[in-house]
Design a protein around this ligand. Structure first.
Ligand SMILES: Cc1cc2nc3c(=O)[nH]c(=O)nc-3n(C[C@H](O)[C@H](O)[C@H](O)COP(=O)(O)O)c2cc1C
Length: 217
């Protein structure tokens, strides 16, 4: 069955204005590593996940799951497990070059924001799809699909007025256990969302210019 495309055409002027508006808002997004414990309406998180769930995916398999963590007890478990892995990373696993690249961000194994932020969203990648009868079906382009969905999630949260951190405690297997996810799912990323801590600062980093990231033929 086919249905009409729900397409809204803009005038050329509106198209340019919208693209500029989107660019300027997107460019203000920064990763934040200190959050306020101020509550956030859960419906904002649900809408952001709905937006993420509208992402394109290989053969429309939608190979993602988003576990929303707001219970203080579960956040404490995540913090404890993440800090253990991060301690290993910073003190044993990370090569010096990686640690040197991270210096500007002032990060270490301590992650208090995992308890202060109102929401942690654990993103899972589904290696395959299991139907009601228990039969498994192949998924396609899972990392690409989940990467796009996660980008849309981060953008939706940012456009809704929230600060985020893209966090990748490595390895992240503990998230599967804490969130009780099935064996066909792999923890992909942890998105921290909430209001930034008052007066928070961020590293003074630069972004590549258009000419550095774009070529024309
Ligand atoms: C895949 C990925 C993994 C990241 N992992 C971490 C992380 O574990 N901890 C952290 O503090 N920041 C992490 N970041 C945030 C980056 O450091 C940040 O996006 C980058 O420095 C650019 O800064 P901006 O997000 O403020 O533009 C990660 C970002 C990405 C895209």
């Amino acid at each position: 069955m086919r249905i009409p495309l729900n397409f809204e055409e803009l005038s050329e002027a509106d198209m340019l204005a919208e693209s500029e508006r989107f660019y300027h808002t997107a460019a203000r997004r920064r990763s934040v590593r200190a959050f306020s414990n101020r509550p956030v309406d859960r419906r904002v998180i649900e809408n952001a996940i709905r937006a993420a769930g509208s992402a394109p995916s290989g053969a429309n398999k939608q190979p993602w799951h988003f576990a929303v963590i707001e219970s203080p007890e579960v956040k404490a478990q995540v913090r404890h497990a993440a800090e253990q892995e991060e301690h290993e990373f910073y003190h044993r696993r990370a090569p010096q070059a990686w640690l040197d690249d991270l210096k500007v961000f002032d990060t270490d194994e301590h992650k208090p924001f995992l308890e202060t932020a109102p929401y942690l969203i654990a993103v899972f990648l589904q290696r395959n799809t299991v139907d009601e009868t228990g039969k498994t079906h192949k998924n396609y382009y899972m990392p690409e699909s989940v990467g796009i969905a996660t980008g849309m999630l981060i953008s939706a949260l940012h456009f809704s007025g929230l600060a985020t951190l893209t966090h990748t405690p490595s390895p992240m297997k503990f998230l599967s256990e804490i969130c009780q996810r099935p064996a066909n799912e792999k923890a992909y990323m942890l998105i921290v969302a909430g209001y930034p801590e008052e007066g928070v600062t961020v590293p003074d980093i630069t972004r590549k210019s258009l000419s550095e990231i774009m070529s024309c033929f």
